[in-house]
Design a protein around this ligand. Structure first.
Ligand code: ATP
Length: 238
């Protein structure tokens, strides 16, 4: 079976500096891949390129057998690419359910249907008790769950998750890992920017390590954790 995502020779520069350089990787259906690397490695830029927020200088992204070149973010979302952000951006005054309806409306044009679907996703991410609460009162961990619910309400094939465990308290991490596993069981493919080696070891099938825009290692989380360049660049100061 062809991979769901095939990135080949992807490059983009900002002001003459390569943010991503000749990046090539593939992600199979239902795989969970961690994207790692120090600050400025090019991880967020890679997400921007896949989601369509930026256009590459060169290279190609194939998604589900289709070349994404030139497609805007909304078109990519309709094809099945969803993302969450490192800094969550809910509509503060809207309730949790209403925020998730924004995603659910992609497939449900009638408000009651969108609301019912949104409720299901709110439950799935463990926010049922906050369903009618305004987003502005949520903790960081709850906001991350809300973002996940809003993203998966668009019924994506691929979810780009930006530091879903970043800034949340330690005791919430196992629940988040469990949630990501459950999403995969439902058929989702995940690329996650993640720094926490324990999370990566528990949830990712594979990890890709970038530095200064270049992929420098790829393999199982265990392979990555003992890669000398990775240890030098990253785990050394962890
Ligand atoms: P972090 O972990 O800090 O979020 P990252 O791996 O996500 O880092 P990117 O944000 O993708 O890294 O940045 C890659 C490089 O591109 C960095 O050198 C960054 O300064 C540069 N860069 C990113 N966006 C822009 C932009 N809009 N204009 C200029 N330079 C940019």
């Amino acid at each position: 079976m062809t991979p769901l995502v095939e990135v080949s020779g992807l490059s983009v520069e900002f002001g003459g500096i390569a943010a991503v350089h000749e990046l090539t990787f593939a992600v199979s259906r239902c795989e969970i891949v961690a994207l790692m690397g120090p600050n400025g490695a090019g991880k967020t830029t890679t997400f921007h390129l896949i989601a369509g927020a930026r256009q590459p200088g060169s290279g190609r992204i194939m998604f589900d057998g289709r070349d994404l070149a030139g497609l805007r973010p909304d078109a990519r979302c309709r094809l099945g690419v969803a993302r969450t952000f490192q800094i969550t951006q809910p509509f503060q005054e809207l309730s949790v359910t209403e925020n998730v309806m924004v995603g659910a409306m992609m497939h449900h044009k009638r408000l009651p249907d969108a609301r019912a679907a949104a409720r299901r996703y709110v439950e799935l991410v463990g926010l049922a008790d906050k369903a009618d609460a305004p987003a502005k009162g949520l903790s960081t961990g709850q906001r991350k769950r809300l973002e996940l619910a809003r993203a998966i309400a668009t019924r994506p094939k691929l979810l780009l998750m930006d530091e879903v465990t970043g800034g949340i308290d330690q005791k919430s991490i196992p629940g988040m890992i469990e949630l990501v596993r459950r999403l995969r069981e439902q058929g989702l493919t995940v690329i996650m920017i993640e720094h926490n080696m324990r999370v990566i070891g528990e949830v990712a099938d594979r990890a890709i390590f970038m530095n200064r825009g270049v992929k420098i290692a790829e393999g199982t989380p265990a392979d990555i954790a003992r890669h000398p360049d990775v240890i030098d660049l990253y785990l050394g100061d962890a």
